[in-house]
Design a protein around this ligand. Sequence first.
Ligand SMILES: Nc1ncnc2c1ncn2[C@@H]1O[C@H](COP(=O)(O)OP(=O)(O)OP(=O)(O)O)[C@@H](O)[C@H]1O
Ligand SMILES: [Mg+2]
Length: 312
Amino acid sequence: MAVIETTGLTKRFGGQDTPAVLDGIDLSIDAGEVFGYLGPNGAGKTTTIRMLLGLMRPSEGQVRVFGEDPAADDALRARLGVLLENSGLDDRMTAFESLHYHARLYGLPNPGTKIDDLLDFVGLRDHRNSRVGTFSTGMKRKLGLARSIVHDPEILFLDEPSAGLDPEAQLMVRELLQELAVTKNMTVFLNSHHLDEVERLCTRIAILHRGRLRADDTVANLCGGARERRVQVRLSTQEQALRAVKALDALGLSGELQEDGATMLAACNGRSTPEIVELLVREGLGIEAVTRPIRSIEEVYFEIIRDEAADA
Ligand SMILES: Nc1ncnc2c1ncn2[C@@H]1O[C@H](COP(=O)(O)OP(=O)(O)OP(=O)(O)O)[C@@H](O)[C@H]1O
Ligand SMILES: [Mg+2]
């Protein structure tokens, strides 16, 4: 069942004549999904989260969270957790007080033990009684994350949770999110510029660019089901690899030598992998291995962003 749904979601900051920041976005996210929302600076990721939380009204289109309009249904908020770019923590409170205050806002009775468990969970137990004002960026982020889940939300919205964090803290945030998704089956909506983090964490990824969704699919489909299919063939010698490139060239297929000299990457151009292999075997070439290269999310991202830049 979809817990987040948008249809034709459009946002303009100004009148009808101003260009739409978001232009007809359709999203459907199921319970338990870890959804990665990517796009360049200014693409509209934070704006999308704001509308999903009911903090901002769409110019056109519809937003539904658990089937309800989040702007009209205050009760919905208790089921949502949020960590925005600016965590808005009060510097004068201690870590414990900060979480306690938030827990009380959600009406949790006697949250003390739970808060200590959460401080453990995010690695801030030793700083339980330190003031937030003395915390580093990473410590504040960890506390913000603890605060966003103190009331056991069903959906967690995260706006760049690992921005500005050192590699160790990034790893910690990633492990925390993995644990939340797996053990608590929380639905996670993650805005991020860390493509590698998104690739490791997310079950599904959407890429937003120039107001529209340019991709929305599972990581496996995005990285494996290349638009342009390619096959990588390792030959027994460098000389054979060169011959393979020439043989493909002669047939109007492009082959490219890889750095190791003995591997060749061929664009399939409508031919199947067995057909390519057969062509090479017919040339009498010694094939050692045939693989289909999997692209990283980073490659997919740049392909989409560059493509769209060329279209514009
Ligand atoms: N309150 C606002 N008033 C006017 N314009 C706004 C407002 N909020 C956002 N925008 C504009 O909408 C666009 C999208 O902004 P948004 O913050 O959603 O981008 P983003 O994808 O989160 O970017 P980043 O990766 O830099 O965080 C930007 O051009 C921004 O200037
Ligand atoms: Mg943003």
